[in-house]
Design a protein around this ligand. Structure first.
Ligand code: TUI
Length: 319
């Protein structure tokens, strides 16, 4: 029922892609998502190239399904990661936190599908012109490093501006969000926070539990003053960071305060003093379940909603 150009482009069953979350998106999570019919992604984050090569090899040992690697373009190793992706013949690349323009030719030569995250219409158009296969329109509801526009406003504007398929991201966590994204003209969704709360995700249980316990306003944005806005769950670290920003603390000082905090939360479970990156949809997530069940539930819910909409009579929606 949800067979879109994204399914055909990537060779997947459902147009559901897992976000490329630094430290969180290991090969274990990617294998689980790909085996469940979506597209699993290994996140390179700031990790050194050898670590990512090992992750790719481990994925291939466990699954024959399509998968991708996310390159965080602010990483000092971004260029080396590009080389490894080409050598290892990774089928799909997603990018974030920058413009991947200078790498597109190389990926195309290696027949690797490239799908950048774009926060604006202008970047989507520019990247379409130089040959990317699709774009991920990520709204400000997302976790981690974010743009300004909401998913609701960004997705239809990018859909109207380009001919390549658009994947919606930011604020999507269930069948309603999935169907809403398709209604906006997207041909797939990318979800991060929802997949953190999966049994296969290797993030510390404290991290998952903090998302499950969070409420609607618990995801806040640090780094607005530095020009690097990052959405995290409110905790001692976020409060201290926001206080220092209010006082006009210099960029370098804030950067060094944030260094290593994501690893601390994801790997050590230090969710009070670490950086717990998550999107605004965190408040909707109430359980930790297998990736297969996450995907099945979304597809079933969306199918049911479509049937209900089709039987809408005289303005009565749900009877
Ligand atoms: O990249 C993300 N989310 C991330 S990356 C990340 S790693 C990190 N760790 C610690 C501190 C800060 C970051 C955590 N979360 N999402 C995709 C995304 N890409 N959001 C926004 C963008 C983006 C921004 C500007 C994409 C392109 C862009 O282009 C600017 C240009 O040069 O045209």
């Amino acid at each position: 029922m949800f067979d879109t150009r994204i399914c055909r482009l990537l060779g997947i069953e459902y147009p559901i892609i897992q976000g490329g979350m630094a430290w969180v998106a290991t090969h274990e999570l990617a294998v689980a998502v790909s085996e469940a019919g979506g597209l699993g992604i290994i996140a390179a984050g700031n990790a050194p190239p050898d670590v990512i090569r090992e992750e790719i090899i481990n994925f291939k040992k466990k699954s024959q399904k399509p998968f991708g690697v996310n390159i965080m373009l602010m990483s000092p190793f971004a260029e080396d990661i590009v080389g490894i992706i080409c050598e290892e013949r990774v089928p799909v690349v997603t990018t974030g936190a920058g413009n991947p323009g200078k790498y597109i030719d190389k990926f195309k030569k290696h027949r690797i599908k490239v799908i950048p995250v774009v926060p604006t219409v202008s970047l989507a158009k520019r990247l379409e012109r130089i040959g990317v296969d699709a774009v991920i329109a990520e709204g400000t509801e997302a976790g981690g490093h974010i743009g300004e526009l909401t998913t609701m406003a960004l997705v239809p504007q990018i859909v109207d501006a380009v001919d390549i398929p658009v994947i919606a991201a930011g604020g999507i966590g269930d069948g309603r969000g999935f169907l809403a994204a398709l209604s906006l003209g997207a041909e797939g969704v990318q979800m991060g926070t929802r997949f953190v709360c999966s049994t296969e995700c290797t993030a510390h249980d404290n991290y998952k539990e903090m998302i499950v316990k969070s409420k609607d306003r618990d995801a806040v944005v640090t780094g607005r003053s530095t020009g690097r806005p990052v959405r995290v769950l409110k905790n001692n670290f976020a409060k201290e960071y926001l206080e220092l920003e209010k006082k006009g603390t210099p960029f370098e000082e804030l950067e060094s305060l944030g260094a290593g905090r994501l690893r601390l939360a994801v790997k050590e479970g230090e969710v009070t003093v670490g950086s717990v990156m998550a999107g605004q949809i965190a408040g909707l997530i109430k359980d930790i379940k297998p990736c297969r069940k996450i995907i099945e539930d979304i597809v079933k819910e969306a199918e049911l909603m479509l049937k209900n909409i089709a039987s809408l009579k005289g303005g009565v929606f749900f009877e």
